[in-house]
Ligand binder design. Structure first.
Ligand SMILES: [Zn+2]
Ligand SMILES: [Zn+2]
Length: 628
């Protein structure tokens, strides 16, 4: 079932698209595993063997080919199922022997080419077929692009156990509860210094900064070497939660030799360093001290670091906080109950109580920094929030830069706020947003610390990943050791620690669309239909035909939606009816059995062309035949 590959063969470039970094270079990826010796390897191997024994893992030994290269199950396979061709839907599978582990299970938000779609999740057909081999799911942190797909995917893959840190576990539990799946979910909480053995994989963890506490990187010991997986991260020496990245652990794991580093590319195109959260805290302090009216502060509901800073600044300047937005209220409750958020007692008040306070003592903390229609900020901006109405003197602070695709929605929310009389402070005017993702200098520092043999940039659109690959090259990682993959491509490493990109036709990837209650029932065809209808509308032609002769009995009926307004286009409609009649007559005059499917096709094509000639629009044409 697994494609055999021979690393000595010249056809190393199997990838169908020319996306691999340095694809024109056919240099072999044969560099022997040299400087990266693992001192504790024997001990680890023993531990790993023991664990495999426990889980009953079967190592199928496939024949050795002439180059001495063992194929299939003796190779480590790393399969990114999502997150390397887009921002979001992060999910990576690691496979060795009979064991699979999954790292993260996220969702992505649709772009403007996907009308009506709520979320996108990775395709899991292959995983479903291999669910008996899944040893566990490791979740690196609580953002939706890492946990969002869990309720959709887990029931399909046999609900394998989840392993994660406490805050992330809290977020996952809440989400599973909302989906009615909490009972069947097995969530195991670990601490940063714990180790975890799942089949052939033995894991240790290192703390990373991000804009949510409990973001962890993974050191994964595999039979072929150590992998370091740096999920969304940045280095912040003065973060809001007071816990900087665990540099000494990263260095310690690195000293054992690192086969492969996988690292976040979200900000790979941004030079310099990410601003520290402490500086951002000072900016918020300055705003809170200067602004005289009420403050409406919008942030991501999962951005617990930012929420903490808002509470800090509010306390400092004697302000009370009204929290609005269900997800924000939930997440604050979870973070408070687990001790990840420290706030003054009674600082949170109800909106009714806020009305009795002077304006300069009120902060309204809300969701909707991405312009989401249903979120607090958009409702406030539309003036249909149940308890909060904008008044003159209010200042709205939007603390996030828009995810690509959300710019228009954000802009319209901001404009609505200013129309209602609020003053708006946005990241473009004042850098109120510090990203949760490392900039170039931090990315380089990580590479310098880890000194991996191989490098695979992850998390980002293709151009970000390629930029990250170029940075790696500038750091001295040889071109052939850098791997830029597409979703579903596989990085395979053999027992001689040689790596290459392969493809397995059985590993299917692609977007699974979530629309309302439907998971995956909206496919590309439906999306294409929606695109056509959204662009030029829809044109329905209803023809009542005689069953035997195929002749039109009545005038055809026309329904137009989103294409032209029929009342103002009598002439065009009359012409279309005439054309339809002509086509029907000409196609049914042969004394053959009427073929409705054929007739519908001709109508669709000919009327489509006719309408295009007249209007230069291409509505979706739906010919309907009623036979009597
Ligand atoms: Zn994140
Ligand atoms: Zn992420």
């Amino acid at each position: 079932m697994i494609k055999k590959s021979n690393y000595n063969s010249a056809k190393s470039g199997q990838s169908k698209k020319p996306t691999r970094f340095g694809v024109n270079k056919k240099t072999s990826r044969l560099a022997p595993y040299g400087h990266n010796k693992t001192p504790d390897k024997d001990k680890l191997d023993a531990a790993i063997a023991g664990v495999s024994g426990q889980t009953g893992a079967v190592h199928s030994l496939t024949p050795i080919n002439t180059s001495g290269y063992t194929s299939s199950r003796q190779n480590l396979r790393i399969i990114p199922m999502g997150g390397i061709e887009e921002v979001g839907e992060n999910m990576t599978i690691l496979e060795y022997g009979n064991d699979l582990i999954i790292v993260d299970m996220g969702l992505a938000f649709p772009d403007e080419t996907m009308p009506g779609i709520d979320y996108i999740i990775p395709d899991t057909k292959w995983l479903q077929l291999n669910k008996h081999r899944i040893r566990g799911v490791i979740i690196t942190h609580g953002h939706l692009d890492h946990i969002g797909a869990i309720p959709y995917i887990m029931p399909k893959i046999g609900d394998p156990p989840i392993y994660t840190m406490a805050l992330t576990a809290g977020f996952i539990k809440k989400r599973m509860e909302e989906f009615g799946l909490l009972q069947r979910t097995k969530i195991n909480v670990f601490k940063k210094d714990d180790t975890l053995a799942l089949g052939n994989f033995k894991m240790r963890f290192f703390g990373l900064n991000h804009n949510i506490p409990d973001s962890i990187g993974l050191s994964i010991q595999t039979p072929v070497g150590q992998i370091m997986y740096a999920t969304d991260w940045k280095f912040d020496h003065t973060p809001a939660d007071g816990r900087p990245s665990e540099f000494q652990k990263i260095a310690q794991f690195a000293s054992e030799g690192v086969l492969l580093l996988m690292s976040d590319s979200t900000n790979a195109t941004k030079p310099g360093y990410c601003m520290s959260e402490r500086e951002l805290g000072q900016t918020i302090n300055r705003l809170f001290s200067d602004l005289k009216g009420r403050i409406i502060f919008a942030s991501f509901s999962t951005n617990i670091s930012r929420v903490q800073q808002v509470f800090n600044s509010a306390a400092k300047f004697n302000k009370k906080v009204v929290v609005t937005g269900r997800s924000l209220v939930n997440n604050i409750e979870i973070a408070l109950s687990l001790g990840y958020l420290k706030i003054q007692p009674k600082i949170i008040i109800k909106s009714e109580a806020a009305k009795k306070l002077p304006d300069n003592q009120v902060v309204i903390l809300t969701t909707g920094s991405q312009g989401e229609e249903a979120a607090g900020l958009a409702r406030i901006a539309r003036n249909d929030h149940k308890s909060i109405k904008i008044k003159k003197g209010d200042t709205a602070i939007v603390s996030a830069s828009p995810i690509p695709g959300n710019e228009r929605a954000v802009a319209s929310v901001l404009s609505n706020l200013t129309r209602l009389g609020a003053h708006v402070i946005y990241s473009k005017i004042l850098d109120i947003h510090t990203s949760g993702h490392a900039h170039q200098e931090e990315l380089k520092l990580m590479m310098a610390l880890v000194k991996p043999k191989y490098f695979m940039p992850i998390h980002g659109e293709h151009h970000m990943i390629v930029t990250h690959a170029e940075l790696a090259k500038s750091m001295g990682i040889p071109d052939p050791n850098i791997f830029v993959l597409d979703n579903g491509q596989i990085l395979e490493v053999n027992s001689a620690r040689q790596a290459k990109i392969v493809e397995d036709p059985k590993v299917t990837t692609g977007y699974v669309f979530i629309d309302g209650l439907g998971i995956g029932d909206v496919g590309e065809v439906v999306i294409r239909d929606r695109q056509v209808m959204a662009k030029d509308g829809m044109f329905v032609i209803i023809m009542t035909l005689d069953r035997r002769s195929g002749k039109l009995i009545n005038q055809p009926d026309i329904i137009s939606r989103g294409f032209i307004y029929m009342k103002g286009n009598d002439d065009l409609i009359r012409e279309v009816k005439h054309e339809v009649r002509k086509i029907c007559d000409s196609k049914t005059k042969e004394k053959l059995e009427p073929n409705w499917a054929y007739l519908r096709n001709v109508i669709r094509d000919d009327i489509g062309e006719f309408l295009y000639q007249r209007t230069e629009r291409r509505p979706m044409i739906l010919p309907v035949v009623i036979e009597i």
